[in-house]
Design a protein around this ligand. Structure first.
Ligand code: ZN
Ligand code: ZN
Length: 742
């Protein structure tokens, strides 16, 4: 007689309970149940969903209940991803349920089988539709707008796509269906984006010596199946992408898969085109603007091993690829790789390195301005360093720094564009070349300030001054969207009349000024105001690249990794504004931003020029960025970081306490602080509680406390146990390795 042994599963519930619970696996499920399976289990007699994180032969508990049901026909999370989840939970002091939700988004957990979507198409002939549209245009403009879109898409459009477009809502669509002009159809589709677009194939380029040396070393790592991290430190335009491409090619030839992480904003058609035209393979794109259906289909294709290359923003690092060979993190210094608003506050670059280690994959970090953490890791041999110092396509751009104090004197206060820059814009325009102007402030004026008391008009709900948008004629909060109608004639702080003046010109003003100075000039503006809708990035970049505009004006959205061969002039306005932020990374951010923006100039066959306008004309960071001297910058900055004990010489944990009542939060935070101080292991220091850099966001008051120390895994269990006793009215966020202390 065979005695069947009882097996147990540790299950993390989707909601509420933080620690895993033990459940017995009934005999008929013992063959199927694996770690990573989604299950239904009873909790106080009610069915609840959860994820098995491990299978055990014993349980410390008696009267263990049985798993009721296994969902899906396969385990959704593979062992390496579960191991990664465990590391994230421990390192970032995050509840496992939250970590699993990050790896396995709720849409992916759904049991959808039929992939059907509603398609809206015309129910009458084309000529009749045109006639009808013209008839109703005045009386029903919203319906006419829908029909205009349908006329441009004769095969019809997914309802979801239609609703994403500017000014299109559900009710005019419904009315048109009722009238028999449009009809609904159900279509079974594969919702993976970019499915049937065609690209012109390209061939690998010949590498220069630096590129070839780097690629060889990377190939060796990939072949050896031993985890290694490579830093590709190359000046802008030095051809990092070509090295990535050939490393991807090599990985694919071994039958393995690739994840390419890029900053959210670089996820444009340009990057995708480059990959699609080189590799005639299945490529998936993951970003926050995917629809639920697209996300569901993409995820399940990945899980089944049907896709070889994933390109995406930070969450793509969790792509469930069964045979991962290579992870590339492009622009690894980018702070957008860090999740900081919600737990787990993970850094996708660091998670990529850990995932590489767990799967024996090769990791490539690429940047012109590596983060100092990465630079030090490469210097002390933890990562393999490759330097690319030549621009295959041409020469480095010539850089001019303009002292804006002189310009202010010359123009009696109102200088936005210096004479030097205006002169060069004109020459460039006359020559038919393109210009990029960078200003990291959107709107027309960034604030309205009182001449008497110097206080700016700020948001009712946030610690944030209101930005003036001339086109919309509103003052608006860039955090919560609160608006006021100008003009504001009495200062809300000192109540004096006629004291308010505008300050801090933004991108909207730059655009208007250019049109006033150069009538007929064609401009495009790219900032969060002009890119609210899906596809708007692609449209703006596409128009600029095909020469439909002379000047592209934008915020940091335009700084990243874009390749416009006919741009020969870049203007950097307000280059120094970031240097005023009281944060240990302020210098690093400004240096890398200027370097990146300047790098957009002269990438084609014509030499490029860069004009940097600064009020801090002599500031060393501006000078070093202008001369593209990363090494001198890094060495100087490291000395300072060491002196003040900041990363990479120590690690930081930022704890943010927030809630509606500042007194309650402060009293809770003080108790937390005392308990933490008592439990603090050796080698850690605790800073006093202070209001956050933005002390109020959306009516929530915020305080923070900083911990410094080296062995993070020593302190995170203590932090986790302290947070368990938190009252519901207070929100607490643990941010390990924060990108800023501000
Ligand atoms: Zn606000
Ligand atoms: Zn005032």
């Amino acid at each position: 007689m065979i005695v069947k042994m009882t097996l147990f599963a540790k299950v993390v519930l989707d909601q509420a309970i933080d620690r895993p619970l033990d459940y017995a696996i009934p005999l008929h499920l013992q063959k199927t149940a694996k770690a990573g399976h989604r299950v239904v289990v009873p909790v106080r007699e009610k069915p609840r969903k959860g994820t098995i994180i491990s299978i055990e032969t014993t349980s410390l508990f008696t009267n263990v209940k049985e798993i009721s049901e296994i969902l899906h026909d396969q385990n959704l999370l593979t062992p390496d991803l579960l191991e990664l989840a465990d590391w994230i939970s421990r390192y970032y002091a995050a509840p496992m349920s939250k970590v699993l939700l990050t790896l396995l988004p709720s849409i992916v957990r759904k049991e959808m089988s039929e992939k059907q979507q509603i398609v809206i198409q015309k129910a009458i002939s084309g000529p009749k539709l045109i006639e009808f549209t013209d008839q109703i245009r005045i009386k029903f403009p919203k319906q006419a707008a829908v029909l205009d879109v349908i006329l441009r898409n004769p095969k019809g459009l997914f309802l979801s796509e239609l609703l994403e477009l500017d000014g299109i809502t559900q009710s005019p669509i419904d009315s048109l269906i009722k009238k028999g002009i449009l009809e609904k159809a159900l279509l079974t589709v594969d919702r993976t984006p970019l499915h049937d677009e065609e690209y012109i194939p390209t061939k690998p380029k010949v590498l220069n010596e630096e590129q070839a040396v780097a690629l060889n070393s990377i190939r060796e790592s990939i072949d050896s199946n031993i985890f290694k991290t490579h830093l590709l430190h190359g000046i802008t335009g030095s051809g990092k992408t070509e090295v990535y491409m050939q490393a991807i090619d090599h990985t694919l030839s071994l039958g393995k898969q690739v994840i390419l992480l890029v900053p959210e904003i670089a996820l444009t058609r340009q990057t995708i085109e480059r990959l699609k035209s080189r590799f005639q393979r299945q490529i998936a794109v993951i970003h926050y603007r995917l629809s639920d259906g697209e996300r569901f289909d993409t995820w399940h294709h990945l899980r089944k091993g049907e896709i070889q290359i994933v390109i995406g923003a930070r969450s793509a690092v969790f792509s469930p690829l069964p045979n991962l060979g290579l992870i590339i993190v492009d622009e690894e210094h980018e702070s957008s790789y860090k999740q900081y608003e919600d737990s787990p506050c993970y850094h996708a670059r660091d998670v990529a390195v850990v995932r590489g280690k767990l799967t024996n994959a090769t990791v490539i970090l690429g940047s012109a301005t590596p983060s100092l953490e990465t630079y030090v890791n490469a210097k002390n041999g933890k990562y393999i360093l490759h330097e690319l110092n030549t621009r295959p396509s041409g020469e480095k751009p010539t850089v001019h720094i303009v002292n804006m104090r002189d310009e202010m004197d010359k123009k009696k206060g109102g200088a936005l564009l210096s004479d030097v820059l205006l002169d060069k814009i004109k020459k460039n325009y006359d020559a038919g070349s393109q210009t990029i102007l960078f200003l990291n402030r959107r709107g027309y004026y960034s604030c309205q300030i009182c001449k008497e008391c110097q206080k700016a008009i700020s948001c009712k709900h946030c610690d944030m001054s209101l930005t003036f948008h001339r086109g919309l004629n509103i003052l608006s909060c860039h955090i919560c969207g609160f608006t006021l109608k100008p003009p504001i004639e009495i200062c809300p702080s000192c109540h004096k009349p006629d004291t308010m003046k505008y300050q801090g010109p933004g991108t909207e003003q730059v655009e208007r000024s250019l049109h006033a100075i150069f009538p007929g000039i064609r401009t495009l503006r790219m900032d969060r105001d002009t890119t609210k809708h899906k596809g708007s990035h692609d449209r703006i970049f596409g128009e600029f690249r095909t020469g439909k505009a002379d000047i592209l004006i934008g915020t940091q959205m335009i700084a990243k990794g874009l390749h416009f061969p006919s741009v020969t002039l870049v203007g950097v306005l307000g280059a120094d504004s970031g240097l005023h932020i009281p944060d240990f990374r302020a210098n690093e951010h400004v240096f890398s931003l200027i370097t990146q923006v300047a790098g957009r100039s002269g990438r084609g066959h014509m030499p490029g020029e860069v004009v940097i306008q600064s009020f801090l004309f002599d500031h060393p960071i501006i000078k070093l960025a202008a001369s593209d001297d990363y090494k001198t910058f890094a060495e100087a900055e490291l000395i300072e970081r060491k002196e003040f004990d900041y990363p990479p010489f120590t690690r930081l944990v930022k704890i943010i306490f927030s809630g509606n009542n500042p007194l309650h939060i402060l009293s809770y935070a003080e108790n937390f602080y005392k308990a933490l101080k008592k439990a603090l292991p050796q080698g850690f220091t605790l800073h006093t509680i202070i209001p956050c850099g933005k002390a109020k966001i959306k009516d929530k008051h915020r305080f923070q406390c900083l911990i410094k120390g080296n062995n993070i895994l020593k302190i995170t269990p203590i932090l986790r146990s302290l947070t368990l006793k938190k009252p519901k009215s207070i929100h607490l966020l643990i941010d390990v390795d924060p990108t800023s202390t501000f």
